[in-house]
Design a protein around this ligand. Structure first.
Ligand code: ADP
Ligand code: ADP
Ligand code: MG
Length: 492
């Protein structure tokens, strides 16, 4: 592989290109109108414009991207995450064109892209599953019967769902019919597939996922777990590795299960097997993500493995050089997803320009981002600005570093999840490792962020008053100049 086209944008496009560069591989970026001067475009050796800003007219246009690959002579395509990364048809078109798709086979993507097909595929491997249906349900009466047999609350899930979308909790029989109809129509419009199924709603679970690597020669290894329980809208915001609740025995059991899930679909490349862990430490298979995961850096920090480099080597048909017994956990890593969202307003997207953008530096800090000061966060894509990752020999050190790094991260022009991250890092339940996926609902009060903002505003106002007082003398000595300047500013 001599030249890789990255079919993505933002931080993940840069992340992939950096490793490619280290491996002596040339890089091709693709970009939409709004991304003309984006960081991934500037970084790449070559860049091809693929269309207007909306992703349906650019980053989701497989054929246009394939054309760009042919035009530039790229012999590999890396899909990143989101966009076309879990599109089996695209993977097939790439492979058929004689270009290496840096990811698993179209067949593996197809199976794991459907939560129902995934459950079916792993059946013969004795993988623990959340109680529920293993087929799509569209008859409300049947749904009620199933719900009663597993007992409320239940969760209606879209088989083709992803990114935390397409899920509905139902607590009473009375609301099931309506919720189910809504879920079906939402799934149809969001994923083009109206299949929904029912799972028991696990009340206070932790989301624990296992990173796997598999080559085309039958080797499959796991790279331990990531704890991703701090979520809003069923989507992760803070992740860490390792998890504070796994014992070595449980880690091994979950790791082996994840390896079996990968084997069940002849997986190759980097993948993630997601589980829920209940209060009694029973774990249940949720789904497999057949791509590089957003939070992969925490695994890289504790294992020293460059997951993108491994993806590339596997796509070159090389045999995995890492054996399970070579791997061990070293230290602790935390990640905060820095989203352009307002944590004080239910994590609503916060549109704007990065008027100030200064990233934290220093020991144990890694920032994976795709923006620079002065840039606008486009409304067309995922509102993630950056991932802030900290590492330390212990969780305590990683945590203190995270707080220090958040304090050092200056963003103005829009609201971000940085203050939410600070809240999490200082929360006693998080510090003690005593939390579940309900953390945000149970412990986070948006009023805290509002209060913090008010205090900051008051502080800024007092500072202004103080500076005026301090400069009064000077202002009196030269009355004309500043007052004219002031007047001018107000008039224009
Ligand atoms: P991860 O699963 O890697 O932890 P996310 O769940 O946040 O991360 O998803 C990764 C990216 O893919 C996000 O940009 C998310 O919006 C997008 N995404 C995931 N699945 C889908 C899907 N089925 N449809 C649309 N976007 C998706
Ligand atoms: P997605 O494809 O959107 O990532 P997942 O099946 O991975 O969907 O679930 C995303 C999140 O939703 C989980 O991390 C968890 O917080 C919640 N969730 C999913 N299934 C259940 C369940 N059966 N019980 C409780 N919470 C669940
Ligand atoms: Mg998931």
């Amino acid at each position: 592989m001599k030249k890789i086209l990255v079919a993505n944008r933002g931080e993940i496009a840069l992340r992939v290109m950096r490793t490619a560069k280290e491996m002596g591989i040339k890089t091709v970026a693709v970009f939409s109108d709004v991304d003309r001067t984006a960081a991934h475009v500037l970084f790449a050796d070559e860049a091809i414009h693929i269309g207007p800003s909306p992703s349906a007219q650019s980053y989701l246009l497989g054929e246009r991207i394939l054309e760009a690959a042919k035009q530039t002579g790229a012999d590999g395509i890396h899909p990143g995450y989101g966009f076309l990364s879990e599109n089996a048809e695209f993977a097939k078109q790439v492979t058929d064109a004689g270009i290496a798709f840096i990811g698993p086979s179209p067949a593996a993507i197809r199976i794991m892209g459907s939560k129902l097909a995934a459950k079916d595929a792993v059946k013969s491997y004795n993988i623990p599953m959340v109680p529920g249906t293993d087929k799509a349900v569209d008859d409300p009466d049947e749904a009620i019967k199933i719900a009663k047999s597993i007992s409320f609350p239940i969760l209606i899930k879209a088989s083709a769902g992803g990114g935390g979308k397409g899920m509905r909790v139902v607590t009473h029989e009375g609301e099931l019919k309506e919720q189910m109809e809504r879920a079906i129509s939402e799934a149809k419009s969001a994923f083009g597939d109206g299949s929904v199924f029912i799972e028991k709603y696990i009340q206070a679970p932790r989301h624990i996922e296992i990173q796997v690597l598999a080559d085309n020669h039958g080797n499959v290894i796991h790279l331990f777990e990531r704890e991703c329980s701090i979520q809003r809208r069923h989507q992760k915001v803070v992740e860490e590795a390792p998890s504070v609740v796994l014992t070595p025995e449980l880690r091994e059991a979950m790791g082996n299960c994840a390896i079996n899930v990968a084997r069940s679909c002849n997986y190759s490349g980097a993948g993630t097997v997601e589980f829920l862990l209940d209060e009694d430490k029973n774990f249940y298979f949720l789904e497999m993500n057949t791509r590089l995961q957003v939070e992969h850096p925490v695994t890289e920090m504790i294992t020293g493995v460059d997951l993108v480099a491994e993806q590339i080597r596997i796509a070159r048909n090389e045999e995995l050089q890492i054996k399970q017994s070579d791997l061990s956990i070293s230290g602790h890593a935390l990640e905060l997803r820095v989203y352009a969202e307002d944590p004080a307003e239910n994590f609503m997207p916060s549109i704007g320009t990065l008027s100030t953008y200064q990233i934290p530096k220093g020991p144990g800090v890694r920032v994976d981002d795709g923006y620079a000061e002065g840039m606008e966060i486009p409304i067309y894509y995922d509102p993630m600005i950056a991932k802030l990752i900290t590492y330390g020999s212990t969780r305590e050190i990683a945590l203190q570093r995270m707080i220090r790094a958040i304090d050092e991260y200056y963003i103005s022009g829009l609201f971000t999840t940085l203050p939410f991250g600070r809240f999490v890092m200082k929360n006693e339940h998080f510090i003690n490792g005593n939390f579940t996926t309900n953390f945000v609902n149970e412990h986070f009060d948006p009023a805290l962020i509002k209060e913090e903002r008010k205090e900051e505003a008051e502080l800024a106002a007092s500072l202004a008053v103080y500076l005026i007082e301090k400069n009064k003398k000077k202002l009196r000595i030269q009355p004309s100049q500043p007052s004219i300047a002031w007047k001018n500013r107000r008039n224009h």
